[in-house]
Design a protein around this ligand. Structure first.
Ligand code: COA
Length: 220
């Protein structure tokens, strides 16, 4: 049997050109170095800002989205803000891109009982335990804990250092700020934001911002 040619790398465009996008490029490099059979060739960043197009960020060019044909290529949406991430994903789908997953090799995760959609990014230092459901285009940043039976719907986002107790359910586009935590069995509603350092002990309704210890919905 012929051995696999690991020099043929899968091509990936990173959607975004900010901090999360640079982190995604780094994770792709780490995967490529540590697991040659899963190697990525990062083509560049996708960013519509004409001031950035043509510049180089961390060694990768910023590409003009209007000039890209995604057929035969992968993309990953590395944009922290869930609503913007969703918008750019839709544009990339129209261009024919498929979606990759970027899971840093140091992530601890039970592949047997975890289900995961396309476009997911999981940063190093994160542990996911058992029976976890992760939707599409979810970002789990560095140093998080996702405990048993959690559900993270599409575009849900964990900032660095979030800890979710068992049976936490993040609805679509829910955003957990840096260092926020939940106790078990609670829902974070669709498109809600949990502020940095908050401790969630009640359900958080959809389209709201909750802050503090215990987390309370912030009224404008
Ligand atoms: C909760 C958050 C979204 C609120 O943002 P905002 O609507 O712009 O709110 P403001 O900064 O105008 O602050 C409004 C009030 O809430 C307070 N507040 C803001 N964030 C808070 C937080 N995380 N915890 C406690 N109080 C907070 C402010 O002190 C202010 O109080 P005041 O009205 O008594 O002066 C934001 O502060 C936050 O925590 N974002 C998370 C950022 C993050 O984790 N990023 C990750 C990057 S990787």
């Amino acid at each position: 049997m012929k051995s696999k040619d690991f020099s043929v790398k899968r091509k990936m465009v990173i959607l975004g050109a900010g901090g999360m996008a640079r982190e995604a490029a780094w994770i792709a490099e780490e995967i490529s170095q540590r697991s040659p059979s899963l190697a990525w060739q990062v083509i560049g960043f996708w960013q519509a800002d004409p001031q950035l197009i043509g510049t180089i960020i961390n060694g990768y060019p910023v590409l003009d989205p209007t000039q890209l044909d995604g057929h035969g290529m992968y993309a990953i949406a590395a944009i922290g803000q869930p609503a913007i991430r969703q918008k750019v994903v839709k544009q990339a789908i129209e261009k024919g891109f498929s979606f990759a997953r970027l899971i840093h090799p140091d992530v601890v995760l039970d592949f047997n009982t975890t289900s995961m959609g396309d476009g997911v990014i999981i940063c190093p230092g994160t542990t996911l335990t058992t029976n976890i459901t992760i939707g599409q285009h979810v970002i789990i940043n560095a140093g998080c804990t996702v405990s048993h039976d959690c559900i993270l719907e599409d575009y849900a986002t964990l900032s660095p250092g979030c800890h979710l107790a068992g049976f936490t359910h993040l609805e679509e586009m829910a955003f957990m700020g840096i260092g926020s935590v939940t106790i078990e069995n609670h829902h974070i509603g669709r498109q809600s934001v949990v502020g940095a350092g908050a401790v969630v002990i009640d359900d958080i309704p959809a389209n709201s911002t909750a802050i503090g210890i215990p987390a309370k919905v912030k009224h404008q």
